[in-house]
Design a protein around this ligand. Structure first.
Ligand code: CDV
Length: 308
């Protein structure tokens, strides 16, 4: 057995007025709770240090830099790193990254038990739009504030296994998991901020959103024989509601733990990476069964090409 005792640490809403010190204190409280349940790895949501700011349109996009981190650990997050070291706890969390070259990414890092950053992923599938859109019930300006990630979908040898990361909308794309699956990934972690109503179709509400969320995570896990740990930032942020749905999916596609509610909280599960073996060696033994000669379109074209 190769067990990672994993805590999925959901954050309830973070209002625009809440400062980073307060958020970090909440994250530390969740880490302490995870430690009390014997966890050695804690997974936090996407853009966890602030409110989900892409809902706010700022005419001068440079004003959004207040929501970005120019260094990591930052002064505000240093206490979280310190507590993780004290507990001997590995962690992953998402934040808005401003690089020394002035690039902006929606980023997630993997931190080992010594507090060292051993992995970085930058969100590739950015949903939403660039400019203010009066036709939507709420804005989703990720394409305004971030560039698409430039690091691909790497995996890392960590915690005795092979770990990968993606972020929120990435979980809806089978390519995300498959690129990591082709590197033998055994656990994919992801954080998300999912508005509970579709801004362009009001009839698509919470239940449908949770259905698609679970469907995506379960399919990705099953089809690549990997654990998937998906963690929400949930609840009502300044009048904008985000779904919960923090969950852990086993390599057979079954949800083995799901958090109830939209407040700060954890679920903990002992994820045995050896459970990935059966799927990887049988129905999803890629080396034996994949037929790449027929997959060219996947990378050769982006949009749909209709038949004549
Ligand atoms: N933060 C996100 O990427 N949210 C998207 C919404 C816009 C659909 C998601 O896929 O959950």
């Amino acid at each position: 057995m190769r067990v990672i005792r994993t805590a999925a640490a959901q954050l309830g809403p973070i209002q625009r007025s809440e400062d980073r010190a307060s958020v970090i204190a909440r994250m530390i409280a969740l880490m302490d709770a995870a430690k009390a349940e014997g966890a050695d790895f804690i997974v936090y949501p996407e853009l966890v240090l602030t409110t989900f700011f892409p809902r706010w349109y700022l005419e001068d996009r440079r004003d959004a830099d207040a929501w970005f981190e120019a260094t990591m650990p930052s002064a505000a997050s240093a206490p979280l790193f310190a507590r993780a070291r004290t507990h001997g706890m590995a962690m992953t969390f998402g934040y808005a990254e401003l690089t020394p070259e002035g690039q902006h990414f929606n980023t997630s890092i993997l931190v080992d038990k010594s507090g060292a950053i051993v992995g970085k992923y930058r969100k590739i599938h950015l949903p939403g739009h660039v400019d203010y859109d009066p036709g939507r019930t709420h804005q989703h300006l990720e394409k305004r504030y971030f560039e698409p990630g430039d690091l691909g979908f790497p995996v890392w040898r960590a915690l005795g296994g092979i770990l990968g990361m993606c972020i929120c909308n990435d979980r809806r794309w089978p390519e995300t998991y498959r690129v990591m699956g082709l590197q033998g990934v055994e656990m994919v972690t992801l954080g998300f901020n999912t508005p509970s109503v579709n801004s362009q179709r009001g009839g698509e509400g919470l239940e449908q959103r949770l259905f698609h969320h679970r469907l995506s995570c379960q399919a990705g896990a099953y089809q690549n024989a990997t654990w998937v740990v998906a963690v929400a930032k949930a609840g009502d942020e300044d009048g904008h509601h985000l779904t919960g749905g923090t969950l852990i999916v086993d390599p057979n596609g079954f949800i083995v733990a799901e958090l109830v509610g939209e407040a700060d909280g954890i679920i903990v599960h002992s994820c045995d990476l050896d459970e990935t073996r059966f799927g990887k060696e049988t129905i999803f033994d890629f080396a034996r069964h994949r037929r790449v000669e027929h997959y060219g379109r996947i990378t050769a074209q982006t949009g749909v090409v209709l038949p004549d």
